[in-house]
Design a protein. Structure first.
Length: 298
């Protein structure tokens, strides 16, 4: 595998540090190290998700690993083979995707795809129109427990998953953090969601999803709990699982490395757009108090 020079756009997320650690840190535990990638630069700017003090601390860490940190997008991407859009605030994703597609280089767009379905669809359309190689997913799609559950029951009638609902400093918390749980649901159930009804209580949010084939999915987003898991079922068989998150960043970065080296991503952009649709529609259902149809058909 050839070494790919990576530009990281955004420093308001811990992912910028954790992915860079696995690429560049000479002291990185070999168990989590990912070969074939080298972060060469990072663009920093403040968002509601990180202030100057936090950015300064992260910049110091990255510079210790030989990564140039700048406030200029053009300078950040001047000498790279691939781009990782690592902006924690999804409201900026469309703006920076528009900048990145002009480079003609493969793009990894970190989760969630965008802040709304409309912005996500705009990203999707731009990628298709410009024939851009783009990959976007949550690490929960690649954790061992979810991959194994998908193999055990690849065509379930019922899927129930649970995960965290963090508190977003700006925008929708469902979109920002519910993406991890919805990613598991979409991976395990596959495409075909048509409508959903979401409710909120003192413990978080529950979204009940209907599918074209009559299957049912349940996504439980819990406040104050960062445990992920679920169950896939048919009428006569059940497979339950709990997620070990210790290798999540590494497993995802391995997939990113394969993608940057020319392989097709294991999550299609249609899958990614459906995850965005599930998140957006969950928020709309909470706002309306009604069952809502998804925006797109996949």
């Amino acid at each position: 595998m050839n070494e790919i020079k990576v530009a990281i756009v955004g420093l308001d997320t811990s992912h910028s540090v954790e992915f860079a650690r696995r690429m560049n840190d000479p002291q990185c535990d070999p168990k989590i190290k990912v070969d074939g990638l080298k972060a060469v630069s990072c663009m920093r700017f403040e968002t509601p998700f990180q202030d100057k003090k936090g950015l300064d601390e992260r910049q110091k860490t990255l510079e210790g690993w030989g990564i140039k940190v700048t406030e200029s997008f053009d300078e950040c991407v001047a000498d790279c083979d691939a781009v990782m859009l690592e902006v924690n605030d999804p409201a900026y994703h469309l703006e920076y995707f528009k900048k990145a597609i002009k480079l003609g280089k493969p793009i990894y767009l970190d989760k969630p795809m965008a802040d709304t379905y409309a912005s996500g669809k705009a990203i999707y359309d731009l990628a298709k129109k410009n024939n851009v190689k783009v990959f976007s997913a949550s690490s929960l799609r690649f954790v061992t427990a979810v991959v194994e559950a998908n193999k055990v029951l690849s065509d379930p009638e019922f899927v129930a998953v649970f995960g965290a609902l963090g508190n977003a400093p700006a925008g929708s918390s469902v979109v920002w953090y519910g993406v991890h749980t919805m990613e598991m649901l979409q991976k395990l159930m596959g495409p075909g969601a048509v409508s959903l009804k979401a409710i909120r209580d003192e413990k978080g949010v529950v979204s009940v999803v209907k599918y074209k084939n009559g299957a049912r999915g349940i996504a439980e987003l819990n406040t104050g709990s960062y445990v992920y898991g679920g169950a896939v079922r048919t009428k006569g068989e059940v497979h339950s699982f709990t997620v070990d998150m210790s290798m999540a960043y590494t497993l995802e970065l391995r997939e990113i490395a394969k993608f940057f080296n020319g392989e097709e991503p294991k999550a299609s952009f249609e899958d990614t757009l459906e995850v965005m649709d599930l998140l957006d529609t969950t928020q709309r259902s909470l706002d309306s108090g009604k069952e809502e149809k998804l925006n797109g058909i996949y």
